[in-house]
Design a protein around this ligand. Sequence first.
Ligand SMILES: CSC[C@H]1O[C@H](OP(=O)(O)O)[C@H](O)[C@@H]1O
Length: 340
Amino acid sequence: MKELVARSLKYQAGKVQVLDQYLLPHEETWHHCESVAQMKSLILTLKVRGAPLIGLAASLLVAYLAQQGHSKAQLSEAIDELEATRPTAVNLMHCMRCLRTALQQHEYVRAVIAEAERLFEEDCALCDRMATLGATLVEPGDNILTHCNTGALATAGVGTALGVIHHAARQHGDIHIWVDETRPLLQGGRLTAYELAQWQIPYTLLCDNMAASLMAAGKVDKIFVGADRIAANGDFANKVGTYNLAVLAHYHNIPFYVVAPVTTLDMSCASGGDIPIEQRAEGEVTGVSGSFGSCQWAPKGAKVYNPAFDVTPAALITAWVLDTGIFYPQDVATGRLGTA
Ligand SMILES: CSC[C@H]1O[C@H](OP(=O)(O)O)[C@H](O)[C@@H]1O
C-alpha cells in the first residue's frame, strides 16, 4: 500500500493511523488501528467521524488486513461488520460496496488495496472541486453560518461545507463564520472552531439555540452545511439541528446550501423518510465525559431523545453543491440531481 496522508487519517510506516477527534482540540493523539473491532470502536465513539472519513478509514483497514494476508472470507466478514457500524452516513456503505466488488477479483489483495487507495485520493480531489464550486456562491464580506464539522478532519481533503468556507476565505479574505457549537458532542465548538483557527479564518462560536436570533437580526447572509445521506428527491440527513437551521433560513429568506460528494446521494432512498437515523446513548445528552471534562447534569434515570441526525426536506434547500456541479430545485424536479 502506498503512503496516504490526510488531516485525521493516514497509512504511514505500514500502519493505519487515526487522529482521535474526541480528544480535540486540546489533545492531538493518533491511534494505530489493526483490527475490525478496534476500528468499529473508534467509529462508534466518534474518535473517527465525518461521513466521508468513516468510509475511508474502514477502507484503509480492510486494505491493511488484505496486505496482512487475511483470507477472502475474513475480508468479506470484515467489510460486512464495518459497513454496519453506523447506519446513516451512506459514504461508509459506498466504500464497503467498492471493496466488496474488488474482493471478487482473482487478484483480490491487489484489487482491494488499489480500491482503498483510489477512494482516498478521489475524496481528496472531489473536496477541492466542491470547495471551488461552492466558493462561487460566497460574496466578499459574507457572514456564513455552519453546523457540526465538515472540514479536513472529516474527509481526506479540505472538507465539504467547511472546504467551501476555506476556499472562499482564501478568495475574499473578509468573510466571517458563525459556528454552531452543535450539541451534544460539540463538533462545531471543538472541531470547526479548531480548524478555522488553524486556517486563520475569523469566526464566532454560538450555542445552537442562538442561531434564530442571529438570523432575525440580519447577521447571517448564507448557511452552508454537510450531509450524511441525500435521498433521490433531494431531502437529506445531516447532524441533528440542521433541520432547525433550514426552517429558520426559509423563514428569514437566507440562502441554505448543502455540500457533499455525489457518493452521498442514495437513489435507493426515494425521500428523507427512507433514511435510517442513528439513535445514540443517553449519556451524551445527560452530561459529558472526555478530555473536555466529566460531569452529569441531568437527574439519574432521565429519559433521553438523542438522534444523531435529522432530515431536511428538499423544499428548504437553495442548492446542492456536489463535486459534479451546483444543482437547483429545477434539477431535482427533472431528475438531474447529481448528474455531471
Ligand atoms: C463531511 S462530514 C459530513 C457529516 O458527518 C458528521 O456527522 P458525525 O460528526 O456524527 O460523523 C456531520 O453530520 C457532518 O455534516
